[in-house]
Write a protein that binds this ligand. Structure first.
Ligand code: ZN
Length: 91
């Protein structure tokens, strides 16, 4: 089980990945293409978000393995960036 964040860097428009299981080894979190870096507060928020997703999926699997007939779920999250000026608020 691996929990991964796909991070889009809007400075260079590339996407890179950060993994929960090796989070500390990836510090500081930065775009490998243009070297823009997450600040300390955002790194902490990213760590908390990844940990929460890992924990959710861990418990889905644990419950499935420990309880008979408990369905297995896995959850992925995706965030789609849309520039604010592209929103058509009239529709
Ligand atoms: Zn970049």
């Amino acid at each position: 089980m691996a929990t991964r964040a796909d991070i889009k860097c809007h400075n260079c428009e590339n996407t890179f990945q950060v993994f929960w299981h090796s989070f500390e080894n990836q510090l500081p979190i930065m775009c490998p293409y243009c070297s823009k870096e997450l600040d300390e507060a955002m790194t902490e928020k990213l760590k908390n978000a990844l940990g929460t997703v890992w924990n959710l999926n861990y418990h889905f699997r644990k419950n499935h393995e420990e309880r008979k007939n408990e369905p297995l779920f896995t959850v992925d999250f995706a965030h789609v960036h849309v520039p604010i000026e592209k929103f058509d608020l009239d529709n």
